[in-house]
Write a protein that binds this ligand. Structure first.
Ligand SMILES: NC(=O)C1=CN([C@@H]2O[C@H](COP(=O)(O)OP(=O)(O)OC[C@H]3O[C@@H](n4cnc5c(N)ncnc54)[C@H](OP(=O)(O)O)[C@@H]3O)[C@@H](O)[C@H]2O)C=CC1
Ligand SMILES: Nc1nc(=O)c2c([nH]1)NC[C@@H]1CN(c3ccc(C(=O)N[C@@H](CCC(=O)O)C(=O)O)cc3)C=[N+]21
Length: 283
């Protein structure tokens, strides 16, 4: 193996410790940072993820409440519940776990969350703030990827970053964050022609597609930094990313594993955003 590993578990642990310290300081000033998580339906994966988020929060001293509702809850009832949380000064962050049941309009639900409490960073106002460089919450997954690059002291200025995937929650905000650090950014998607020709020119590659082995060794320039956002279930039930880890690690300079890479960082950045929301509310 030539690549050095960027350990998401270890970095997330450091970040959680920082959050715990800042949370204690805020509590000493009489503000109890609080996150409300809403889960609609009983998707097993979502149940596991939301439980993880509650445990992470409690561990760092943040108060997290998980509200679960039946899959047939009406959209109107969910919007009413979000508005009540918007108006509750004791609640600093609101997260509605995705995906929502099919009869709901996810974007409408997200736009109902107050931007001041949008700790997922999915609101159109949060997206606009990121695009224009205004203060606002950054989506946790790309934010975590930026922290991983920062942790290795990587200077993005003038570097070519290739992002594979253009979703509103990962690919697009990732590209904006890299651009803000003065990288030259290429965004690839399902209609991209000759993906390999583009990735071979990249100093940094972020894979956020949701397909195994979308990035293989022959597509990577020696020494490049490879960040794997993908989460796929293998036939044996184990998690795998979008990157052919065993092949790419022989070529890349740095690489993130799955599991233990971007996933734990996403959860850590949710805590950072929630704490930030509480600190802003306390001002
Ligand atoms: N680690 C973490 O914390 C998180 C991980 N994830 C994981 O990251 C992955 C991406 O998530 P998300 O952005 O929500 O997914 P989406 O399905 O919303 O987006 C996938 C993107 O990949 C593009 N794409 C599909 N096929 C190809 C291809 N052959 N070549 C190039 N691009 C392609 C799509 O292009 P087009 O737009 O043209 O359709 C789309 O832009 C998933 O595996 C998800 O599970 C997501 C969130 C958090
Ligand atoms: N409103 C909302 N916000 C989200 O941020 C959100 C969401 N909905 N819906 C689902 C996706 C997915 N997501 C993950 C985050 C961390 C891990 C994670 O910690 N993964 C561990 C492994 C966990 C395991 O073993 O299953 C790892 O990669 O090491 C996984 C998935 C957040 N999402």
């Amino acid at each position: 193996m030539t690549a050095q590993l960027i350990d998401g578990n270890a970095l997330a642990k450091t970040i959680r410790a920082e959050v715990a310290g800042r949370t204690a300081a805020l509590k000493a000033r009489g503000v109890d940072p609080a996150l409300s998580i809403i889960l609609v339906g009983s998707d097993p994966a979502s149940q596991v993820y939301t439980k993880h988020k509650v445990n992470d929060s409690t561990e760092t001293g943040l108060a997290a409440t998980l509200e679960t509702y039946p899959a047939d809850m009406s959209e109107a009832a969910l919007l009413d519940r979000i508005r009540a949380l918007n108006d509750d000064p004791k609640v600093h962050g609101i997260l509605v776990q995705l995906p929502l049941p099919k009869h709901m309009d996810s974007q409408k639900v997200i736009e109902t969350i107050s931007p001041a409490k949008d700790v997922d960073g999915f609101h159109v106002a949060s997206a606009g703030a990121l695009m224009t460089g205004a203060p606002g919450f950054w989506p946790c997954t790309p934010y975590g990827c930026m922290k991983m690059l920062e942790s290795i002291g990587y200077d993005l200025r003038g570097k070519h970053a290739v992002v594979i995937g253009r979703s509103n929650i990962v690919g697009k905000p990732m590209a904006m964050m890299l651009l803000a650090k003065n990288a030259t950014v290429t965004i690839c998607h399902s209609a991209t022609q000759d993906l390999a020709a583009l990735t071979r020119q990249a100093d940094v590659i972020v894979a956020a597609v949701g397909k195994r082995n979308i990035l293989t060794a022959g597509m990577v320039k020696p020494g490049a930094v490879v960040i794997d956002v993908g989460m796929n279930r293998k036939e044996d039930g184990k998690l795998a990313g979008d990157v052919d880890f065993d092949g790419v690690k022989e070529v890349a300079g740095w690489i993130t594993p799955v599991p233990g890479g971007v996933g734990p960082m996403t959860r850590a950045m949710l805590l950072v955003n929630t704490l930030e929301a509480a600190e802003r509310a306390a001002k």
